[in-house]
Design a protein around this ligand. Structure first.
Ligand SMILES: CCC[C@@H](CC(=O)O)C(=O)C(=O)O
Ligand SMILES: [Zn+2]
Length: 331
């Protein structure tokens, strides 16, 4: 099946998206039947799949269709003063006394969310609905959900020995919203339904150039580098960033490997976006093979940070202890 997204539209969108200080190479767009795809997924390389038919009847999930069919359940809607929706973990806020949450979240019906978006005026807060699909959705949505291409995606899960499907997040964004650069600890098949999303991706070995917040911080897994205004004094190695770009249109599915950094932008001027992601627990490490993969080193650094923070029972003492271990001895 040909790519549902028209190539000339994709090149128009590519010309519209914001440019940053780092070079970007295009992620390949391939048919899911291309033998190269199986190898790329096994090697944990990002790839855009143009013909999975993964979300099938979900392709009719326009914001209007969802408002008419999703029922009157309450959904999590984040609002932000800016276009950026920097994720924070509620459970870690207590550890950072002067932390001020960059977004506010409230539960509301889908209809109320859409009404607020349609009534929004210049200067009002930006809004982004992010809700795990669960059994509160209306019967038509449940029916559509059953038409997803579960045979194909379960085959990927089994072939790559991934763990359980942990959630399907329904993402409905205003035109122009941005999820700043971060990594997740799960494998992700990301299905684009409405509008266009531009992914900026960096492989896990770029950890040293993206300066994530400390593990105990509410912004754990998120980079401290602001791509719109990079602070090269605090974060000098951000100059070394070299990334990849994936522009997704309706029907496209991105394989986003675990620990790969990504910033996700709902392309301005192309309408509201609707996406559904599929998060899977990653495969357990069967046998340690050297040299270790960058992902394994990130997991190791996380465990060491957690262990030291818990053992010291103090966040302030972590850096002095690690500096005492390393400065003048290993550097
Ligand atoms: C809360 C998850 C947001 C999503 C990015 C986006 O579509 O804005 C993402 O980061 C992911 O699927 O991993
Ligand atoms: Zn993510």
């Amino acid at each position: 099946m040909a790519s549902a997204v028209n190539k000339s539209v994709l090149s128009d969108v590519a010309a519209e998206v914001k440019k940053y200080h780092f070079p970007l190479e295009d992620v390949p767009r391939l048919s899911c039947n291309d033998p190269v795809v199986e190898q790329m997924i096994r090697n944990e390389e990002p790839v855009i799949l143009t013909d999975t038919n993964l979300v099938a009847a979900g392709m009719q999930w326009s914001p209007q269709y969802l408002a008419e069919n999703i029922g009157n359940g309450l959904y999590t809607v984040y609002s932000s003063k800016t276009q950026k929706f920097l994720y924070y973990d509620d459970k870690k806020v207590a550890r950072v006394p002067d932390f001020s949450p960059p977004t506010v979240h409230e539960d509301m019906t889908f209809q109320n969310f859409l009404c607020k978006v349609n009534k929004r005026k210049e200067g009002d807060r930006w809004m982004y609905l992010q809700q795990s699909l669960n059994d509160t959705v209306g019967p038509p949505i449940v029916r559509d959900f059953t038409t997803f291409n579960w045979a194909w995606i379960s085959e990927q899960q089994q072939k790559n020995k991934w763990g359980a499907l942990t959630s399907n997040l329904l993402l409905v964004g205003m035109d122009g919203v941005i999820t700043p650069v971060h990594y997740d600890e799960q494998q992700n098949f990301f299905a684009q339904i409405c509008g266009f999303k531009r992914f900026i991706l960096f492989d896990p070995s770029m950890f040293g150039c993206l300066y994530p917040y400390p593990v105990y911080h509410p912004h754990d897994r998120q980079s401290q580098v602001d791509f719109d205004n990079p602070d090269f004094v605090r974060f000098p190695r951000a100059k070394e960033l070299r990334g990849r770009q994936a522009i997704l249109g309706p029907g496209d599915v991105l394989y986003l490997p675990v620990y790969w950094w990504h910033q996700v932008e709902s392309v301005p001027g192309r309408g509201m976006t609707v996406s559904v992601n599929f998060w899977y627990k990653s495969a357990p490490t069967e046998k340690i093979v050297y040299p270790l993969k960058p992902q394994q080193k990130v997991a190791m650094m996380r465990n060491i940070e957690k262990m030291i923070t818990d053992a010291l029972n103090s966040t302030e003492e972590v850096a002095p202890l690690m500096q005492a271990m390393v400065l003048g001895r290993y550097t």
